[in-house]
Design a protein around this ligand. Sequence first.
Ligand SMILES: Cc1cc2nc3c(=O)[nH]c(=O)nc-3n(C[C@H](O)[C@H](O)[C@H](O)COP(=O)(O)OP(=O)(O)OC[C@H]3O[C@@H](n4cnc5c(N)ncnc54)[C@H](O)[C@@H]3O)c2cc1C
Ligand SMILES: NC(=O)c1ccc[n+]([C@@H]2O[C@H](COP(=O)([O-])OP(=O)(O)OC[C@H]3O[C@@H](n4cnc5c(N)ncnc54)[C@H](O)[C@@H]3O)[C@@H](O)[C@H]2O)c1
Length: 513
Amino acid sequence: MLRGYARWVVRASAKGVTTDASGTHGGSDGRDHTAYAEFMARHHDLIIIGTGSGNSLITPELEGLDIAIVEEGTFGGTCLNVGCIPTKMLVLPADRVVDAHEAERLGVTIGGDVTVDWPAIRDRIFTDRIDLIAAGGEDYRRGQNFVTVYAVRARFVGPRRLALESGEAITADRIVVAAGSRADLLDVDGLDQADPARGVHTSDTVMRMDELPRRMAIVGGGFVACEFAHVFSALGVEVTQIQRSGALLRSEEAEISQRYTELAHGRHDLRLDTQVESATRDSATGAWTLALKGRDGATDVEVDTVLVAVGRTPNGPRLEVEAGGIEVDEDRVVIVDAQQRTTAEGVWALGDVANPWQLKHVANHEARVVAHNLAVDTGRHADADAKPVEADHRYVPHAVFGHPQVAAFGPTRAELDAAGTDHVSYTQSFGDTAYGWALEDTTGILTIHADPATGLILAAHCMGPHASTLIQPLIQAASFGQKARDVARGQYWIHPALAEVVENALLGLDLTD
Ligand SMILES: Cc1cc2nc3c(=O)[nH]c(=O)nc-3n(C[C@H](O)[C@H](O)[C@H](O)COP(=O)(O)OP(=O)(O)OC[C@H]3O[C@@H](n4cnc5c(N)ncnc54)[C@H](O)[C@@H]3O)c2cc1C
Ligand SMILES: NC(=O)c1ccc[n+]([C@@H]2O[C@H](COP(=O)([O-])OP(=O)(O)OC[C@H]3O[C@@H](n4cnc5c(N)ncnc54)[C@H](O)[C@@H]3O)[C@@H](O)[C@H]2O)c1
């Protein structure tokens, strides 16, 4: 009854008060209708907050529900617009530059200097591909008569009740929070907010720079910082990477973190155990002087551009989820159960806002779980007996597309030791396999940890060419409970392919079973 009334009020008010997705607000009579609109909420069957992984929730089974999608930024979210996809499209040309420089080692001389056309690279990524996909995705949703797109920021003001920045209010029977995370900045004057016009970037803006700077400081030593340090140093920028702790990619297997750090030292200026104390901009030249404090005492570095890449914060608190009865943990991650249900009735959450991994394949998996569970909950699942499903976070892998690539899943040796987990380990060098000879590889390694009694694979940690692909059969083996020996000897391994690194590592494990 209330629902019908709310819908009627909105239809009636639509003539005078904005109720669509345009982001404008206020009535045609010039009065502020915010309070009125907040009281007279438009009701939907389902509201999805965030169009990254949230957009994929609208499966055919949910079509026909009255669905609202709320998005304050660019349609398609982080991965498409400013994350996985454009970064990897940038890594490829960077890899090509490194390959060209390393070709000489293989007896190939590529004539002349290797040159880089930054606008061409950037426009191939964004103008020719990403921006078209984002716009097409939004048009598609706007064209579906059962979907309402609100292109504004939302915040919770009560259980399953949102206030929109436009002044409107919306409510729903069910809500999915898929609001992602955002880049952290530094607690240093000048670097406490992104300011691309003055050369201060996060990953959100750095890929769209007008031109490549001559000198760039990259603050951080995690995934984002390492991938961009590879990209920009390969493309010819003088990179200074400033890392607070003593190694890059510190959460990786210790040997990989250490090797990666040594290799990075050889490629660009790397300052470890170092913090930015202050940042000063010369208004005449636009150059930044960063005062650093670290291992080498106090030093200054002068750069044209600063990229801050020191982690990402989930967007739950900014969405004021607690007003909707949705609890967050001490890391500000929305608390969900195995079915991705939050602590509020009728509210699910997924992706960066609700898990500690902040990875797209995890968000995608959770979106599939939520889509299924919504279909069951709304009675729309094709199988009337279908039950809710749970997310599987047992073997979450990741890859860092730096140079070389790093890929891993499962605990490190130190974590296994700390937990007292019985394990055997074997490390296979790429260089000791036939394809490793072809690659003239001297740094690639794959370490596998396995349970000696059961022969099951516990973890794998890899650094080297194609690490992100190479590790996949091990993720598969762990996920399906296949034993190391069976995987090694129960199938052919193409000779002399790089996958023999995996075969040899499996055979090297000292297993009782
Ligand atoms: C530079 C970079 C590279 C990456 N590379 C990889 C990679 O190679 N592989 C990988 O697996 N992962 C990668 N990631 C991580 C990956 O992009 C994220 O894990 C993934 O995109 C998260 O998806 P999501 O759906 O949870 O959130 P998002 O895609 O961020 O979607 C959330 C959406 O919600 C919107 N929103 C937030 N708050 C509100 C609000 N209050 N009102 C309305 N709308 C709101 C946001 O505008 C956003 O569009 C990378 C991330 C970055 C930054
Ligand atoms: N290939 C991928 O899958 C990929 C790529 C990019 C990002 N991501 C996701 O995005 C998330 C965020 O990435 P990120 O690299 O920003 O965060 P991160 O948490 O991986 O790394 C943050 C880094 O910044 C350093 N740091 C923190 N404060 C600092 C300071 N004041 N000065 C100097 N260094 C400081 C930390 O020591 C750490 O090395 C990742 O956790 C990842 O899940 C994934």
